[in-house]
Ligand binder design. Structure first.
Ligand code: NAP
Length: 248
C-alpha cells in the first residue's frame, strides 16, 4: 500500500528537478499525477520516464488561460485535486544596481502570480483533507547576493501560506511551504552558470551544515510528508529541507 493511493495530484513545474522527482515519488506511492511545464519535449521525456499514472499538460503558470485549461482537464478526467504542489519557479542573478525590469516582472509573474492563481483555480476542485504545498526557499528567510528579487518572491510565498491557512479555516484544506536549500537540479545548475561556474556550488556547500548539496529525491521525501496525512495537523507552516542552511 502506498501513502498516496488513489490520490489526484497536480505538480506545476513537474518536468524537471524537484517537481519531476516528486512526481516520480508520488506515482510510486499510488497517486495519479498531473505534471505541467512550458516545454513540451521535457514533459514528454518526464512522462516516458515516470511510465504510468502520469498526465502531462503543457502550460505556463503566468497564463490564466493555460491554468483554466489545466484544471478543466483535471476536472473532466478525475473531478478533484487532492494534492497541489505549486512548484514552478525561476530566478535571475542580478545584483542591486543591475536589476532589470524584465527579470523583475518575470520572476514575480512566475513565482508569485503563478502560485496565487494556480492555487486559486485549483481550489474549486479541492475539499476536506486536501493538501496544498508551495515551494519556498531558504533564501526567502536569508540574504543572498545578487538574488534579491527571487528571494523577495519566496518571502512572499511564506506569507501567502500564513494568510491562506486563515482563509481556508473550516475547509479542512491545508497549505504549507516546502523550502529547499541548495538542491542539484537543472534550475540550480542554470543559476550557477549565470553566477560564474562551480564557485557557486562550492560556496553553497561551505555554507551548509550538512556539507553538501541536496538531491531532488530528498526534497520529494519531504513533499511526500506534507502531501500525506502524516502531516494532517500542519497548516500555515514552513518546512525546511535545507541541510541546515537557513537554521544556523
Ligand atoms: P528546475 O529544474 O529549473 O525546474 C523548474 C520547473 O518550473 C520546470 O519544470 C519548469 O518547466 C517550470 N517552470 C518555470 N517557469 C514556468 C512557467 N512560467 N510556467 C510553468 N512552469 C514553469 O528547477 P528546480 O530547482 O527543480 O526548481 C523547482 C522549485 O524549487 C522552484 O520554485 C525553485 O524556485 C525552488 N527552489 C529550488 C532550489 C534549488 O536549489 N534547486 C532551492 C530552493 C527553491 P518549463 O521550463 O518547461 O516551463
Amino acid at each position: 500500500m502506498g501513502k498516496l493511493d488513489n490520490k489526484v495530484v497536480v505538480i506545476t513545474g513537474g518536468n524537471s528537478g524537484i517537481g519531476l522527482s516528486t512526481a516520480r515519488r508520488f506515482v510510486a506511492e499510488g497517486a495519479h499525477v498531473y505534471i505541467t511545464g512550458r516545454r513540451k519535449a521535457e514533459l514528454d521525456k518526464a512522462s516516458a520516464e515516470i511510465g504510468g499514472n502520469v498526465t502531462a499538460v503543457q502550460g505556463d503558470v503566468t497564463s490564466s488561460e493555460d491554468l483554466d485549461r489545466l484544471f478543466e482537464i483535471v476536472r473532466t478526467q478525475h473531478g478533484r485535486v487532492d494534492i497541489l504542489f505549486a512548484n514552478a519557479g525561476a530566478g535571475h542573478v542580478e545584483p542591486l544596481g543591475h536589476i532589470t525590469e524584465a527579470a523583475f516582472d518575470q520572476t514575480f509573474a512566475v513565482n508569485v502570480k503563478g502560485t496565487v492563481f494556480t492555487v486559486q483555480k485549483a481550489l474549486p476542485l479541492m475539499s476536506e483533507g486536501a493538501s496544498i504545498i508551495l515551494t519556498g526557499s531558504t533564501t526567502g528567510s536569508m540574504g543572498t547576493p545578487a538574488f534579491s528579487i527571487y528571494s523577495a518572491t519566496k518571502a512572499a510565498i511564506r506569507n501567502l501560506a500564513r494568510s491562506w491557512a486563515l482563509d481556508l479555516k473550516g475547509t479542512g484544506i491545508r497549505v504549507n511551504v516546502l523550502s529547499p536549500g541548495a538542491t542539484d537540479t537543472p534550475g540550480l545548475q542554470g543559476v550557477a552558470e549565470a553566477a560564474g561556474g562551480t564557485t557557486l556550488y562550492d560556496g553553497l556547500v561551505a555554507q551548509t551544515p550538512a556539507g553538501r548539496i541536496a538531491e531532488p529525491a530528498e526534497i520529494a521525501s519531504v513533499a511526500l510528508f506534507l502531501a500525506s496525512d502524516d502531516s494532517a495537523v500542519m497548516t500555515g507552516s514552513e518546512v525546511f529541507a535545507d541541510g541546515g542552511m537557513a537554521q544556523v
